[in-house]
Design a binder for this molecule. Structure first.
Ligand SMILES: Cc1ncc(COP(=O)(O)O)c(C=O)c1O
Length: 365
């Protein structure tokens, strides 16, 4: 038996008729960039995520970039974030001309530690950008307090956390903005690239809307140096179909996570912790083991794929050496990189596959 980390073909087959119909309608509409399909998706996603505005862009990376630019972050500003994330988080900060400033993570949740972030606030700090890693929202209360106390902008990288909630409030209800990614393996994945900026600030939404379209409203008048970053209608048509299934897929992920908790309880692995008040959507089910690499090889021998997110923290990457960090600066992020292993938790796992993973991990010595 083989068990993949994601099975996008199985998912497509399960909703093929709906997807094919929606794609055909988009093709027959003749509107391929933005247009009604994108507007419909923006409306459904702002409803789903609890934000007043949603602006579709062409990737999760660009959603971060445009959210930062839309909130007025630029050269000379510092943005505090985590070194234990996908590189896009800090790429976006660098591309608007600001400087990423790292703070260590909370080892229990893998998310940016609010206290560590507080310790990094200085005279040039303009924003904090926590990441909702693996489907678990960062501490909304602590970061809201910190931002209010120091008058900082708060942008959440929620690329991995669509459907999550904090004290029963969804991701779009917090901060100045939150961003989504529709990378194909995300919980809501396109068949290509896509992203979205969620905000409750009308001025920010309008700026992002113009920035994604060369800094204009389509009238050849440009009030800002913009980008070409529009969501296309085909992806929107696909995502609108998939959004109808998202809650059911999230429930499946949560059921699989629960089964892992039962069957892996005695294995000595550190299982993911759900922080109080957080509704975790298990983009990844990430365990920790000091024997991570041996466990990974053992799983691979049994036909089971696993993932390492992330093998190396961002503060030691050559591309960011000018930031001046060194190995040892963020011990929890570094330890996480040595110990984490993500097990298959996607919604299309069969019971037999899930039990095969459980039995294999339990056999590991
Ligand atoms: C935490 C995080 N931020 C940003 C991104 C960037 O999204 P995209 O690949 O859609 O550009 C991703 C995913 O790829 C991500 O996981």
């Amino acid at each position: 038996m083989t068990v993949a980390l994601a099975d996008l073909v199985a998912q497509y087959v399960s909703i093929k008729d709906e997807i094919d119909t929606s794609i055909r309608a988009a093709l027959e509409s003749g509107r391929f960039i933005l247009g009604p399909a994108v507007a419909d998706l923006e409306q459904s996603l702002s409803d789903y995520c609890g934000s007043q505005y949603a602006v579709g862009v062409n990737s999760g990376t660009d959603a971060l970039l445009l959210a930062l630019a839309g909130c007025g972050i630029g050269p000379g500003d510092e943005v505090i974030t985590t070194p234990f994330t996908f590189v896009a988080t800090i790429e976006a900060i660098s591309h608007v001309g600001a400087t990423p400033v790292f703070a260590d993570i909370d080892p229990a949740t893998f998310n940016l530690d609010p206290e560590a972030a507080a310790g990094k606030i200085g005279p040039r700090t303009r924003a904090i950008m926590p990441v909702d890693l693996f489907g678990q929202m960062a501490d909304r209360e602590a970061f809201a307090d910190l931002a209010a106390e120091h008058d900082l902008i708060l942008i959440y990288d929620s690329a991995q956390a669509i459907g999550s909630a904090f004290n029963n409030k969804p991701i779009g209800a917090f901060g100045d903005a939150a961003t989504l990614s529709f990378f194909p393996t995300k919980n809501l994945g396109a068949y290509g690239d896509g992203g979205m900026v969620l905000t409750n600030d009308a001025a920010c939404a309008e700026r992002v809307r113009r920035l994604r379209f060369h800094g204009s409203g389509g009238d050849y008048a440009y009030d800002a140096v913009g980008y070409c970053s529009r969501l296309d209608a085909l992806q929107a048509a696909i995502l609108s179909v998939k959004l109808r299934h998202l809650s059911e897929w999230t429930s499946a992920r949560r059921r699989h996570a629960e089964r892992y908790r039962q069957c892996l309880a005695e294995t000595g692995l550190t299982l993911p912790v759900e922080a109080p008040g957080v509704f975790h959507t298990y983009h990844q089910f990430t365990v920790r083991s000091p024997e991570r690499d041996r466990l990974r090889a053992f799983l691979a021998d049994a036909g089971i794929q696993s993932g390492i997110y992330y093998p190396s923290p961002l503060h030691v990457q050559p591309a960011y050496k000018d930031l001046g960090y060194a190995e040892g600066d963020f011990p929890e992020a570094e330890r996480a990189c040595r110990e984490v292993l993500s097990l298959p938790v996607h919604p299309d796992l069969t019971e037999a596959q899930l039990e095969h993973v459980c039995a294999t991990v339990r056999r590991f010595r």
